[in-house]
Design a protein around this ligand. Sequence first.
Ligand SMILES: NC(=O)c1ccc[n+]([C@@H]2O[C@H](COP(=O)([O-])OP(=O)(O)OC[C@H]3O[C@@H](n4cnc5c(N)ncnc54)[C@H](OP(=O)(O)O)[C@@H]3O)[C@@H](O)[C@H]2O)c1
Length: 280
Amino acid sequence: MLRAAAWGRWGLFHPCTGLSVRMTSSGIAEKGVLANQVAVITGSTNGIGLAIARRLAQDGAHVVVSSRKQQNVDRAVAMLQGEGLSVTGTVCHVGKAEDRERLVATALEHSGSVDFLVCNAGVNPLVGSTLGASEQVWDKILGVNVKAPALLLSLLLPHMENRRGAVILVSSIAAYMPQVELGAYNVSKTALLGLTRTLALELAPRDIRVNCLVPGFIDTDFSKVLCKNKAFFKNLKENVGLQRIGQPEDCAGLVSFLCSPDASYITGENIAVSGFSCRL
Ligand SMILES: NC(=O)c1ccc[n+]([C@@H]2O[C@H](COP(=O)([O-])OP(=O)(O)OC[C@H]3O[C@@H](n4cnc5c(N)ncnc54)[C@H](OP(=O)(O)O)[C@@H]3O)[C@@H](O)[C@H]2O)c1
């Protein structure tokens, strides 16, 4: 009884079902808090995106994973389905219009509508200064990191109507604290904070909330290149209050919360998951 109550209070992962379980006041266990809802997640075959996909599926959503490479999609889908989770997937390079259309079509196959969009895919093809970036690099960074989330959302929006859905963009603490090594990437991640607030305003009349996950330094393939820069890494570790590098799973719970009814009055926010507080 006590154990069941603890699960209910904290929405803990239920080891037998593979789903997180919350209890009603009557004590009757319900399926996960995101049950009967569909989530589309870009860049979700590895790192932070994969952790978010697993968490939303554990919380009961049907999850559509995606990334550029078919073998990565196949691997992620097989792994998550092997854990008993409701997951499908397709290739989607978010910078390609035809891929965005295919992602929407795949998502609609499940139940004809979509509740959540998590725009996690992001790139940084250049470690170097802003003024050292070529036009091609600028186009790639802004195209994938900033334009693609807006273009994908505009395709999905007609299928998110009347569902009290949520959109989560993924920025970076580089948005608040630009790093010299990250030039144009810093700029793209700051732009996402503006995109979050603008979309929140535009979509509020449709009861769709838009918020932003702002990861700190998280242990993924993406951040490996920065780990090799000893001065950067030392400086970073010294400034992280919790004295550790984050794990992808540290980001996933916030996204689940922002999708859930518990966040029904939260929109236009950017929330850091960074082991320290990086703004007022
Ligand atoms: N790790 C950090 O410290 C950190 C900190 C702040 C913010 N972030 C942000 O968090 C997000 C995820 O980063 P991560 O560290 O989890 O990276 P990651 O471990 O390298 O994973 C990236 C994922 O995105 C996919 N992907 C890459 N380019 C894509 C594109 N153009 N279209 C669609 N999918 C694409 C990759 O699969 P394919 O190769 O198959 O495409 C992979 O599934 C990014 O937006 C990043 O800017 C990360």
